[in-house]
Design a protein. Structure first.
Length: 276
């Protein structure tokens, strides 16, 4: 089921199947901002939980677990609609008992709210047991782009996590090798599979070359940039917030000992703001 919220400036839609965005429409400029999923990647966004990337093989408390797909299971799970108003809504994914794929009972609330030309997305993870839980969380929105005219802006001090394309394992980190205002080149991004960068100042921005500027502000430790090698629909660039990181060289099999993993006893909230 699709849910829609709007105000004077923006119209936003998202689905109870996966909890993710399906549309961002600029009512003032009469332009679509979000990729429509009508190409090589048949999605517009993902909610990443309880792991990011290929972290789907892991152990906890001496037991091995295997998730069947990358980026966890939230993106292909059904959410319940908790709240639906004109300019805000909230979705819920809840598991009251641990499972073979993930041992912790939890509550994941994903809220959407519009304020002027901003879309505020809040993720709230709640433990439903005294044991607490260990997890990663992230967002994976895809924005329309004209690579020949677009510019990406990163902050001074940004570091690139160099990922081996064949294995998907981060091998090392280096200073950001491109200008701070950089024309993103599909071949440069796809040569790494994904550009994983740290987030020194909580901001990344995209001038998509189609008349829209998208600024993402987040407290996530990492941003990720991804696009497919070849597109048969509209071009797009994913600007992802990662509260966690994909597999890296020398990482522990134990999920709780990996870098940038969230370990909580009660609850934790994640805030991401998209400005247009």
């Amino acid at each position: 089921m699709d849910i829609m919220i709007e105000n004077e400036s923006l119209l936003v839609a998202f689905s109870s199947e996966g909890g993710a965005l399906t549309r961002i429409y600029d009512k003032e400029k009469k332009k679509e901002i979000l990729y429509d999923g009508q190409g090589v990647w048949p999605f517009s966004d993902h909610i990443l939980f309880p792991v990011i990337g290929a972290n789907n093989s892991y152990s906890l408390n001496g037991r091995d677990y295997l998730l069947p797909k990358r980026h966890g299971f939230a993106w292909h799970s059904s959410f319940e609609v908790l709240l639906e108003e004109r300019d805000r809504a909230c979705l819920l994914l809840e598991r009251k008992a641990g499972e073979e794929q993930y041992p912790f009972p939890f509550r994941l609330e994903v809220s959407y709210a519009l304020k002027g030309r901003e879309l505020i997305r809040t993720g709230k993870v709640v433990s439903l047991s005294e044991e607490g839980l260990v997890f990663q969380y992230g967002l994976h929105p895809a924005f329309r782009i004209d690579f020949s005219k677009a510019f990406l802006e990163v902050e001074e001090g940004t570091v690139l996590q160099v990922l081996d394309k064949e294995s998907g394992i981060i091998q090392k980190e280096i200073p950001w090798p491109y200008p701070l205002r950089w024309r993103p080149i599909r071949e440069e991004i796809t040569s790494h599979d994904t550009l994983v960068i740290d987030n020194p100042k909580g901001r990344i921005a995209l001038d998509n070359g189609l008349g829209e500027k998208v600024t993402l502000r987040s407290s996530c430790p990492y941003f990720a940039l991804w696009t497919p090698e070849k597109e048969d629909g509209d071009d797009f660039l994913c600007m992802e917030s990662w509260y966690g990181i994909s597999p890296y060289k020398g990482m522990e099999k134990d999920l709780s000992k990996r870098k940038a993993v969230n370990a909580i006893k009660k609850e934790k909230t994640f805030l991401d703001v998209l400005s247009f």
